[in-house]
Design a protein around this ligand. Sequence first.
Ligand code: SAH
Length: 244
Amino acid sequence: MVYLTGAGPGSIDLLTIKALRVIREADVIIYDRLANPDILAEAKDGCEFIYVGKADSHHTLPQEEINETIYQAALKYENVVRLKGGDPLVFGRGGEEGLYLKERGVKFEFIPGVTSAIAVPEYAGIPVTHRGITVSFRVVTGHEAAKEKSQIPWENYKSDDTIVFLMGLHRLKFIVEKLLEIGKPKDFPIAVISKGTWPDEQTVIGTLEDIYERAKDLPTPALIVVGKVVELHEQLSWFEKKDR
Ligand code: SAH
């Protein structure tokens, strides 16, 4: 059995009970850079660890090789955990891994994880929806944003949806230019949150006009939140105010 498992956004406290259970029973754990390494300490003695280090979009192993690594582990061991940052199906390529296993007759289960797309803004005191401000939110890949033939329907983003860009810090300049191009005002609120839920989490608040200069050098992982909900950070910020 292969468990395609979400590790949550960073803090080990945000791991689910189900994920913890399969991690404790695992014969092998195949993990990413984004998964908190402290989680591995929960594994039983003799558990094998295989690092397939995917950080942002810089894959150290191509996806095809990761798929094959999981498959080979499944032939060898009874309990295989594939541990991925956040939720396995939110830009996690868990679906591809599931298909690869399915085609080869290997049983698998998905174990949802707390996605950074919601939890990281939440730790920064930014609700992705808020009555009277926005009725919906989008989660978008920033990686796709900078491609010449970007599949992102920018014109749809004129609405008041909250937009969360993952994998977008290196494309921040481009993203901001696009949002201004479709008519968002220069003083529209935007936040960049770096290392969300980790002790060194940092939030930088700005406008479409100044966020690039303010936030471009923040450490990764980082995500971008665009929308009026960003203004709630001032009052709702809680984690960054604690002794961490
Ligand atoms: N499956 C993951 C997302 C994978 S894409 C999930 O559900 O969270 C990787 C991107 O997620 C990073 O480039 C970054 O934009 C975002 N991310 C993941 N963990 C983060 C964290 N702790 N703080 C800020 N952004 C994070």
